[in-house]
Design a protein around this ligand. Sequence first.
Ligand SMILES: [Zn+2]
Ligand SMILES: [Zn+2]
Length: 368
Amino acid sequence: MKIRGAVLERIAAPTPFAESVPITVCELDLGEPGPGELMVRIEAAGLCHSDLSVVDGNRVRPVPMLLGHEASGIVEAIGPGGSDLAVGQRVVMTFLPRCGECAGCASDGRTPCGPGSVANNAGELLNGGRRLHREGAQVHHHLGVSAFATHAVVDRRSVVPVDADVPPEVAAVLGCAVLTGGGALLNSAKPGAADRIMVVGLGGVGMAAVLVAVSLGAHEVIAVDTVPEKLSLAKELGASAAYTPVELAEHGIQADVVVEAAGNVRAFETAVAATGPGGTTVTVGLPAPDARASVSPLALVAQGRTIVGSYLGSAVPSRDIPEYVRMWREGRLPVEKLVSSHVGLDEINRAMDELAAGHALRQVIVFD
Ligand SMILES: [Zn+2]
Ligand SMILES: [Zn+2]
C-alpha cells in the first residue's frame, strides 16, 4: 500500500535543518506484514533525541531511513498465521524488539536483545528484511518502528497492547520517554523510600524520570538542567528543587540516586559528581560513540558509589508498560504533561531544529 512518511536522506546535514532539509516527506510503498508481523495505522509519534542523533550523525545508521520510534497506533492488518492481537487493538511501539529466546532476553531487561539489536543496526525488522520501498529501492526501518508515517509494518515483538482508554499521545510517550526515564529508577536504581533522587537533563526522558520519582513519593526530587524554563516546569511537575549545573556545583548538592538523561559527557560528569556516598548514578543518555568522560576511581571506591548503564531503562516493555498505564490511570503519572506541542509531519525539519535547540520537551506528530 501507499503511505506518506518522513525519510532521512543524508546524515549530518548542516543546521538549521529547516534550510538544509535532510528529511523529505514523500510517498512510499509499504509491504504486507509477514508472519508474526502487524500493519499499524499510526495515531501519534513523538520526536525524541534519538531521532535527532541519527539526523545529526551522532548515531550512525544506514540511510535512507524512515525515522520515528516513539509512537502508538491501531492494528489494521495481521500477517499470515494470525496473532494474539486483534485488528482494532491500540498498541504502543517499543524501539527494541525482544526475541524472547536470546541471553539478553533472559537477563530481565538488563541486557538488550541480541537479534533485536542486530536488526535495529541493520535497519531491518526482527524477522529480517525491509517492508519499505520508494521507487523500487529499499528504505531502512528505524529501530523496528519507523513511525513518522501514516502506517508501519512492525514485528509483534515490537509492540505492547494498551486499552482503548489510553489516549494516543499518552500511549506514544510510554514507549520511549517513560520506559527509559521510569526504568532508570524502577529497574536500575530501585531507590529506597528515604533516598534523595536527582535527574540531570530534562528532555522527555529526564522529565519522565522526574514524574516517576514524584509518583514514588520520593522525599526529595532534584531537577537539573541548563535551561531555566525546564527547571520551572520540573517544579510544576512536582520536583522539590531545581538547579542549573553551576548552582549544583556551587552549593555542593548531592543525591542518593542520580539519573543522567542528557546524553553528553558534561551531564554525565555532573551526575557522577552529584552522587553522594553509597549512591548510584544511572546513565541512560546516548553520547557520541567516541565520547570519553573523566571519573575518579578513588572516589568510587572510597565512597562506595556505583555507576550503572541502562539502555531503554533496562525495561521489559510487556511487563513495564501495563504498570505505567496503571499509575497513569490512578492519576499518579500525568505523562500527558510531557507533550509540549503538536507538529505536522511536513514540519519535521523545523521540529528537529527545535529539539536540537533544547526548547522542546516532547513534540508529537498527530495523525487523524
Ligand atoms: Zn527515544
Ligand atoms: Zn532476544
